[in-house]
Ligand binder design. Structure first.
Ligand code: F6R
Length: 239
């Protein structure tokens, strides 16, 4: 197994960004699977720095985000579409026509999203974070190995964790549209980034625990090319 334990979160973010940059340098028309969340903010910062330093272009990249809240569109400040625009797309030369997110305003958009990924030739490199309960994308515990892009209910724990992203008085949506576990596992390479002590238990369960729906990230044990990038705190539970 390929686990890279870094001294701290900043080093882990830089390492993960380097893996993405190398992929795009090798293959400028790569298909990237992208994630949101606090962990990825640092990864995208590092990627932008690196792209500027190396003169790396993302103009030919096609990208697919993991998930979006139901009921939120690109105009909503708390939507993942806005997050991507703010933290990544607007800051590099991405071709916005090639950057896809599930449509939070179209509950029936899941099959279309799967078809778009297939038409792009599948995902070369999928970036993942991990939830404290082991979720990947918004595949909460109980998500099947064979699940595909669909509307899911968010757990109270996940809504609580993401509450700071919402302005006062705005409720965290109860549902989201997410790539499924099977969709994620079809990526040719997966890079999962975990930082901080709050992720230690979920990460240990994912890598060394029993494989099953109780910890959706554990399904990654069955994938041929996964790289785990973490800091010492997140690695604390690993044997
Ligand atoms: C985000 C996503 C989630 C996050 C996870 C960790 O698109 O799919 O699975 O990666 O919730 O979030 P942070 O990094 O905020 O701890």
């Amino acid at each position: 197994r390929d686990v890279r334990v870094c001294a701290d979160a900043v080093a882990a973010e830089a390492l993960a960004a380097g893996l993405v940059a190398d992929q795009v340098a090798r293959r400028p028309h790569s298909v990237l699977g992208l994630a949101t969340g606090r962990t990825m903010i640092g990864v995208y910062e590092a990627l932008i720095e690196r792209a500027h330093a190396e003169g790396l272009s993302f103009a030919e990249v096609e990208s697919f985000n993991l998930d979006e809240y139901c009921g939120l569109g690109p105009e909503d400040a708390a939507s993942f579409a806005r997050y991507m625009e703010r933290h990544l797309f607007s800051r590099l030369d991405f071709d916005k026509a090639r950057c896809h997110l599930p449509d939070g305003l179209a509950a029936d958009g899941a099959p279309r999203y799967e078809a778009l990924i297939r038409r792009a030739g599948g995902i070369d490199l999928q970036l993942l974070g991990i939830g404290r309960n082991g979720h990947i994308g918004f595949n909460e515990p109980g998500s099947a190995r064979g699940s595909r892009t669909r509307v899911v209910e968010l757990s109270e724990e996940t809504r609580e964790a993401n509450r700071p992203d919402f302005p006062a008085g705005h409720e965290v949506p109860g549902t989201a549209i997410t790539m499924g576990v099977a969709t994620i596992l079809e990526a040719r390479r997966i890079v999962l980034v975990a930082t901080g002590a709050a992720k230690a238990e979920a990460l240990a369960g994912a890598l060394e625990g029993e494989v099953g729906e109780h910890n959706p990230a554990s399904f990654l044990q069955g994938h041929r090319h996964v790289t785990i990038v973490c800091d010492r705190e997140a690695a604390a539970g690993l044997g």
